[in-house]
Design a protein around this ligand. Structure first.
Ligand code: IMP
Length: 174
């Protein structure tokens, strides 16, 4: 059984979310931005972020699958749930929990740019640059994390651990 060990505390996360929100509030004031969260992992970050931004925003979600069960994925990205809001001429901010190889967001940014948004930017709370396969421009980034599988604050392993308020790594336990 894997035991979660805290690597970034809920307080550190809250401070970082507040910092990101302050910057976003400045950059998106008067722009009625559309925040697009990538399900499922970003749901916790998204809900904290929009409340901390404290300006009018619209939200939508997409669901993309790249990881199968467990820690390794096929590398293929599939769109499972599309965005429901028209994005042409909108200021769009993609909200992602963690960028690992970069394949998921690269797929989404390409897909969304075809629909001609007024602007298209990316905000990720966690970045794992050591495993990057494709270069993706992250406009707003919270924490850089080492090459370890992390869970909590919305992130899962086989649908477990999303509810943990801190970011954790899993330690092997007998
Ligand atoms: P990428 O396409 O390799 O960048 O994968 C990004 C997606 O993989 C994220 O949206 C997460 O769902 C998942 N992922 C990547 N690393 C982790 C991790 O350490 N813990 C939990 N999920 C992860």
């Amino acid at each position: 059984m894997d035991k979660p060990k805290v690597v970034i505390t809920r307080e550190e996360i809250a401070n970082k979310v507040a910092e990101l929100a302050t910057q976003l509030r400045k950059d998106y004031r008067e722009k009625n931005p559309l925040l697009i969260g990538i399900l499922k992992g970003s749901f916790v970050f998204m809900s904290d972020l929009v409340r901390a931004m404290d300006i009018p925003v619209e939200i939508d979600f997409v669901r993309l699958a790249s990881y199968g069960a467990g820690k390794n994925s096929s590398g293929k990205v599939k769109l499972i749930k599309d965005v429901e809001t028209p994005i042409k001429d909108r200021h769009v901010l993609v909200v992602e929990d963690i960028i690992d190889r970069g394949l998921t967001v690269q797929f989404l940014l390409d897909y969304l740019s075809f629909r001609k948004p007024a602007s298209l930017k990316l905000c990720a709370l966690f970045d794992k640059p050591s495993r990057r396969k494709v270069e993706v421009p992250i406009d707003y980034v919270g924490f850089t994390v080492p090459d370890a599988f992390v869970v909590g604050y919305g992130l899962d392993l086989n649908e477990k651990f999303r509810h943990l308020p801190d970011l954790c790594v899993l330690e092997e336990q007998d």
